[in-house]
Design a protein around this ligand. Structure first.
Ligand code: NAD
Ligand code: TYD
Length: 353
């Protein structure tokens, strides 16, 4: 048996591939376009594993995806591939529409053609799992209850609007064509192999480099942080046991204001790798202009996933953030290669030797 993941050279997809190969004997094929966010160095340790295959392709390339599905005959396709950074979506929304909306549409069409031609029982057993975000629900005030699966979609950024559009396509392909789909809407992830353009890895990298730690606006925006391997375990659980056509919210019950997150990282760094001058890392905190349309608060009610599929996160924020800071201190080469752009040469080095 085989599963295909898209976007497996990114942060969450990469962690998913590594976890999968640790826990399963089933082959996993990783289809990734290798945009700036794709980093094969993350997958260096599994490059020679016979149960792992990497294919460089765009999810929107019908011919390439059709051929891959015919060749690999997967029992499931998991769609992690996306443009994922809100700030980039504000500066240039075009790539977000192209990959997240048009790309998902093309992928759904490839998968539909493949699935329609399957014989039983492979046809009934097949799954398309779409990985999405809590940002599709919009923003909460301090008093609002966390997002449930019943909340209306009210996306506010080009990123969240493009993800919302992809979720709607996935839903429609189930209702109209019967495609056996599952969707997960997860809160903010953090952990190893996170590209240092997002808050947590950026703050760790800048702190080490003696650079400012930029806080947008007043730093009181709230996110619900989930350690990435908990997200991976939730996806595996939904893939195994999720009800077709259903959506599942995934979250860590860890609501934190950005400023609190940054203070926590600084305190851990003060302990694990104090600044040479003995001053606290909080000295590097700098308040900068707010993000346009910045959502104030996200929070996930993950009780459906717990009640129906028995999933709960294993990490608390305190345990997960400590592991994460330690990982970045132990893996400076990975971070430095991203910062210097050297990771872009990895494909050449790895596959043309
Ligand atoms: P990421 O930006 O780190 O990785 C995205 C990966 O997709 C990269 O490897 C990139 O090369 C690849 N990709 C981009 N466009 C592609 C295309 N057209 N064809 C094939 N591959 C392409 O993103 P991430 O943080 O790992 O997020 C993965 C998924 O999880 C996304 O769908 C995102 O919306 C969702 N999500 C992320 C978070 C989070 O906190 N990071 C939270 C909830 C949901
Ligand atoms: P980010 O990691 O970009 O995730 P998202 O926007 O998808 O939630 O940002 C997390 C929060 O941190 C968000 O409220 C924006 C804020 N932020 C900063 O204050 N400074 C920064 O340099 C970055 C990248 C984000």
């Amino acid at each position: 048996m085989t599963i295909i993941v898209t976007g497996g050279a990114g942060f969450i997809g990469g962690n998913f591939v590594l976890d999968w190969l640790r826990q399963s004997d089933e082959k996993i094929v990783n289809v990734d376009k290798l945009t700036y966010a794709g980093n094969l160095q993350t997958l260096e340790s599994v490059a020679g594993n016979p149960n792992y295959r990497f294919v460089q392709a765009d999810i929107g390339d019908r011919a390439a995806i059709d051929a891959l599905l015919a060749e690999e005959k997967p029992r499931a396709v998991l769609n992690f591939a996306a443009e994922s950074h809100v700030d980039r979506s504000i500066h240039g929304p075009g790539d977000f529409i192209q990959t997240n909306v048009v790309g998902t549409f093309n992928l759904l069409e490839s998968v539909r053609a493949y699935w329609s031609a399957l014989e039983e029982p492979a046809r009934s057993d097949f799954r398309f799992l779409h990985v999405s975000t809590d940002e599709v629900y919009g923003t909460l005030s301090a008093e609002d209850p966390p997002f449930t699966e019943e909340n209306t979609y009210e996306p506010n950024s080009p990123y969240s609007a493009s993800k919302a559009a992809s979720d709607h396509l996935v839903r429609a392909w189930h209702h109209t064509y019967g495609l056996p789909v599952l969707t997960t809407n997860c809160s903010n992830n953090y952990g190893p192999y996170h590209f240092p353009e997002k808050l947590i890895p950026l703050v760790i990298a800048n702190a080490r480099a003696g650079k400012p730690l930029p806080i947008y606006g007043d730093g009181q925006q709230v996110r619900d942080w989930l350690y990435v391997t908990d997200h991976c375990s939730a996806i595996r659980r939904v893939l195994e046991s999720g009800k077709l056509g259903e959506t599942y919210n995934v979250g860590g019950w860890n609501e934190k204001a950005n400023l609190e997150v940054v203070h926590t990282i600084c305190a851990i760094l003060d302990e694990l790798q104090p600044r040479a001058d003995g001053e606290p890392y909080t000295k590097q905190i700098t308040f900068v202009k707010d993000r346009p349309g910045h959502d104030r608060r996200y929070a996930i009610d993950a009780r459906k996933l717990e009640r129906e599929l028995g999933w709960k996160p294993a990490e608390t924020f305190e345990s997960g953030i400590r592991k994460t800071v330690q990982w970045y201190l132990d893996n400076t080469e990975w971070v430095d290669n991203v910062m210097s752009g050297n990771y872009r040469d990895w494909l050449k080095k790895q596959y043309t030797a």
